[in-house]
Design a protein around this ligand. Structure first.
Ligand code: SF4
Length: 453
């Protein structure tokens, strides 16, 4: 029986899921500026018509089509898409056709809601006039974010390598900004270099991505890092070193975290945010871990099919993890010869911390598995404070806060939780200033180390 009150929505696997990008315009949401633009450049190297969406302008539209109970990143990305559509309609008039666009929205399985964004956004598009044809193409953590099905099958492996390189290079470019900006000789020099550097790197990725991009891209990156070194004023003494961990969208999306890094720098911090590659490596690491568990179970229950399947999965996740970590090490090794940026850790290092302390477990696969040991790592490795950034009501963010607060209290290590939605909390700045006072005291008492990992 159909109720007149039930809104019928033709949500279908034909318009959300692993869909070919084809000749459509591919719309990439901007979570992190450098990662999004370099990923779009990698797609363009493989002939996709990729464009990064302007972010932050569609917040009111995002709010209009959500109830307030959705995760904040879901609202922001939906708003960015709807704003683009409005502008595009205005620009093209009657020539606008929704089926010429593909919105790129990856997903993740797990106990939290990232896997639901694209389904929810599909329902919103289906409820709006003429937007049923605008497809949502997604990658999933269940097959290690494989681009198979999105682009030409012959080019999948090559694209995967180029996209991985682009993500690592974006991380290094961000680390340049955080390393140099607090010590720059004149205000604005670092931002100008980073922006100009991003455009230079996009051009090289797009030009060489389909062939062999490693040397040309890393060579260009080295030049940008060397220029960064010349901007540093050696007379400025070392500042308190602050680690940022937490929910990936919020800690990377400047509009959503109300430009937290810049605010902290204003109060005297040098900041290192957790990387984009950390999440990608974690997905491969966790897939490998789960495949191993499946193999053990298959062997115990004498299920040959399960054994065969799990070996195939182990190979897939294992090879990807190895390749990603090798790419990361190779890029960082060359980058750190030009500028002493913070290094990045392996995921196995984070799991080892949890095994030692027993404070949490990788058996609960959420970002809390990264944030909790990430915070403990900072406390043990010469940082002077840590900030946990997450959307208001975020499940892993709240879990991290609950587990870590008593530990940090016991260690006497400066720690701050910063949950965000789009509201301005009047006491936020006071909390950050107080936190920075504690971090300065920590620096005076214990000094700091240059973060090698
Ligand atoms: S990590 Fe937090 S914000 Fe992201 S999907 Fe899960 S609950 Fe939502």
């Amino acid at each position: 029986m159909e109720s007149a009150n039930v809104l019928q929505m033709p949500t279908s696997t034909k318009t959300v899921g692993k869909l070919q990008l084809g000749k459509n315009k591919v719309l990439i949401p901007e979570m992190n500026r450098s990662s999004a633009h370099l990923f779009a450049a990698a797609l363009r190297a493989f002939a996709a018509d990729a464009q990064v969406l302007e972010t932050g302008r569609g917040l009111e539209l995002g709010k209009k089509f959500t109830s307030g109970k959705e995760c904040f990143p879901c609202l922001v990305t939906l708003g960015d898409l709807l704003y683009f559509v409005e502008e595009e309609r205005r620009r093209l008039g009657a020539a606008f056709r929704a089926d010429r666009y593909v919105f790129f929205m990856p997903e993740s399985e797990g106990p939290c809601r990232f896997g639901m964004y694209n389904k929810f956004q599909r329902m919103v598009l289906d409820s709006l006039p003429d937007l049923q044809g605008l497809k949502i193409s997604s990658l999933s953590n269940t097959d290690n974010y494989s681009p198979e099905g999105l682009i030409d099958p012959q080019k999948v492996q090559r694209f995967r390598k180029t996209a991985c390189l682009a993500m690592v290079v974006a991380d290094v470019l961000d680390r340049l900004t955080w390393r140099v900006r607090p010590y720059e000789k004149a205000g604005g020099l670092t931002d100008a270099l980073a922006e100009q550097g991003l455009h230079r790197l996009m051009e090289v990725v797009e030009r060489t991505g389909a062939e062999n991009p490693f040397d040309p891209v890393v060579g260009e990156l080295e030049k940008i890092l060397a220029a960064g070194q010349t901007i540093i004023d050696p007379a400025i003494p070392p500042k308190p070193l602050i680690g940022i961990v937490g929910e990936i969208f919020l800690r990377m999306h400047r509009r959503s975290n109300q430009d937290l890094i810049r605010l902290m720098e204003r109060y005297g911090a040098e900041v290192v945010n957790a990387s984009m590659a950390e999440w990608l490596n974690y997905v491969s690491y966790d897939g490998l871990r789960q495949a191993k568990r499946k193999l053990r179970l298959g062997l115990r229950l004498l299920r040959p099919r399960q054994v065969k399947e799990s070996i195939r999965e182990m190979l897939g996740f294992g090879v990807n993890l190895l390749f990603q970590e090798r790419t990361q090490q190779a890029v960082f090794k060359r980058a750190r010869r030009r500028l002493d940026i913070a290094g990045d850790h392996r995921i196995s290092h984070l799991e080892k911390i949890l095994r030692e302390t027993g404070d949490f477990s990788f058996d609960i696969p959420t970002e809390a598995s990264l944030s909790i040991p990430g915070i403990i790592h900072c406390a043990r490795n010469g940082y002077n404070g840590v900030v946990n950034v997450y959307p208001f009501t975020c499940m892993p963010g709240t879990t991290t806060s609950a587990v870590v607060r008593p530990i940090m209290h016991e260690l006497g290590f400066p720690f701050l939780d910063t949950p965000y939605d789009d509201s301005i909390q009047p006491n936020r700045e006071t909390a950050i200033r107080t936190f920075m006072y504690q971090a300065r005291q920590n620096l005076q008492r214990h000094g700091r180390k240059w973060p090698t990992t």
